[in-house]
Design a protein around this ligand. Sequence first.
Ligand code: SF4
Length: 367
Amino acid sequence: MSKVRHVLGISGGKDSAALAIYVKTKYPSIDMDFYSCDTGKELEETYQLIRNLEVYLGVKINLLQGAENSSEDPFDHFLKMYGGFLPSSTARWCTKKLKLEPFENYVGTDPVISYVGIRGDEEREGYISTKKNIQSIFPFRKNIWSQDVVSKLLSNQNLEQLLNISQNVDFGKNQEKVIQTLSRKIEPSFTLYQKLNTLLDANVKAFNHLVFDFLKTTDYPLATEESFPLLDNDEVLVRDDVFRILEESGVGVPAYYNKVDFEINGKKGQYARSRSGCFFCFYQQKIEWVWLYEQHPELYKKAMEYEKDGYTWGQGESLEELIQPKRMAAIKEDYIKRMERKSKVKSPYLLDILDDAEGEGCASCFV
Ligand code: SF4
């Protein structure tokens, strides 16, 4: 079997950038490959973040593109292939063609550990490759293991095997409680989630060692590693930690997060963009489209040019309609009202107001 590769994808967002800094600083012994899937349609702020990271990490970040041999930008190439059909949250061919497939081609059939920056304060699971040679690890969470590993580990079928393995793992004063928990079958009154949390609460590091020993009996990529430094990590990192890491490292927070003042009908507000991804991403909120129109008018114009033959980026409204003065004023006023409702939030970033959609999309584009 080939040597296990360790890879970390930079989406252009804050979380994956902070993860790259965190892992490089805390685990310098991991021979990490950094990559970014370039759609050709990212904001300049994203490319700047990648350049800053390259300086900090002291390595080149591999830029991966779908349709490598095409003379067009990857997005334009595939848009043509899909007959001008713009992607949407229910027909997201863009993520598949521009993010997931280039990544899977990059790793090929090599056994791979893929580090993903989902934070400890998020509920979502992120992208899990269905390819057996790719194993995802989530270093910012208390549970660093992916859902598929946890389901296999705690499955009722493996109960005896896990009890045997646990004899060699030291859970300290919680040993007995752990044995009792491991002995209990999963059923409606004792869910997989409850079992997992009881074990994590007993001792995170010991749980990680238990999982690692169990993985040795499987064909997951980690089975071939003699050790794994993250087993002894029980830190949980949340959004504030991510901003702190970016600022303290000097890499900086992507500039699109910076608040910009605006005024409408005598009322004052501040807007920004809440995440990375293509400048025309259909996940952005109305106020973010207004931000794009006012802060990057040339990009807004380009986004408008894609709207033809009845296809629009948003549902029920074209970008041309969205920038009509009355409509734009209404969007700004609605948004100011939302800001006022959330005004108790002290965050220096607007994410706390714009974050309604933070969990949407996928780890490949926005983490
Ligand atoms: S950022 Fe948005 S438009 Fe771009 S690939 Fe991801 S989901 Fe698609």
